[in-house]
Design a protein around this ligand. Structure first.
Ligand code: ZN
Length: 282
């Protein structure tokens, strides 16, 4: 029984003051790489899929290759849909076998965000699927959601209280100054805001925009209660750079299996560093 939703793994992480890595995988190879590392380190894992990736494969095709990897895993793994802004698509992924989803209504007025998130929570709950919600704007590009730096709005604690009590989400991502993609300029994080929200939130908190944060930043945020940390850009970079360096070193080889093995190792190295750090493994 290794295929789970996020409830147990995130609440356990919150208790232990560690974080579970949520890695955005893009295909079979990256999914395998991430699961293998979690098994090697004996840590729970969240396999995360962006809407764009799910649409590229199709819901059934994607679950078709992810499910056997997860069913055979030696650790608990959730398959989580990242940043879905479409209520119907989110429900389709729940029907398609995802054990967890994020509905991102952060760009909507608060009342509408609450209404849509609540609708997803009700749909998901009866199917044992967990839901992550977001408030405030996390800057940068994630899928086709683009938030300009100047538009960055930190989550407001009063709104967070209303959102949490009315939606009853299982995990909550408040915007505190992190960004998606590669950071431009100085990173300014509101640690006090994060600590305050964690103080009253019944559910574990999520940190988006993890690529590019320093060890010190991760350390502080995990100590303050970040139980899920999203890593997307670092995986994309490791994957593409892995391929590039194999091809550069072997310009005359046309051996896809060797290329894949090399690339998988490159992804595994990056994932291993993150999981060790999040779980405080020496
Ligand atoms: Zn995000």
């Amino acid at each position: 029984m290794s295929y789970v939703n996020m409830d147990g793994i995130l609440n356990n992480a919150r208790k232990k003051k560690i974080a579970v890595g949520a890695f955005n995988i893009v295909n079979y190879l990256t999914a395998k790489a991430v699961v293998e590392v979690a098994e090697e380190l004996d840590q729970a894992l969240i396999l995360q899929t962006s809407v764009k990736t799910v649409k590229a494969f199709g819901i059934n095709e994607m679950m078709g290759f992810l499910k056997p990897i997860v069913d055979n895993a030696k650790v608990d793994v959730a398959i989580h849909l990242d940043h879905s802004t479409d209520v119907e698509f989110t429900k389709a992924c729940i029907d398609g076998g995802w054990s967890s989803v994020m509905y991102d209504g952060s760009q909507l007025p608060l009342a509408e965000n609450i209404k849509n998130t609540r609708e997803i929570v009700e749909y998901a709950r009866s199917r044992q699927v967990t839901v992550e919600g977001e408030l405030g704007a996390i800057v940068g590009v994630e899928d086709d959601i683009y938030v300009k730096e100047g538009d960055s709005a930190h989550a407001n604690p009063a709104d967070c209280r209303v959102f949490l009590s009315e939606t009853e989400v299982n995990a909550f991502a408040p915007a505190i100054g992190t960004a998606h993609g590669v950071y431009k300029g100085e990173i300014k994080l509101d640690y006090d805001l994060f600590a305050e929200i964690n103080g009253f939130s019944k559910c574990p908190l999520v940190l988006h925009g993890g690529t590019g944060l320093s060890d010190e930043m991760f350390h502080r945020l995990i100590a303050l209660g970040a139980s899920k940390v999203n890593i997307s850009t670092a995986i994309k970079i490791a994957y593409c750079q892995g391929m590039r360096s194999f091809i550069a070193a072997n310009p005359d080889k046309n051996d896809p299996l060797k290329l894949d093995a090399f690339t998988k190792d490159a992804v595994k190295k990056v994932v291993k560093t993150h999981i060790r750090f999040f779980s405080q493994i020496e």
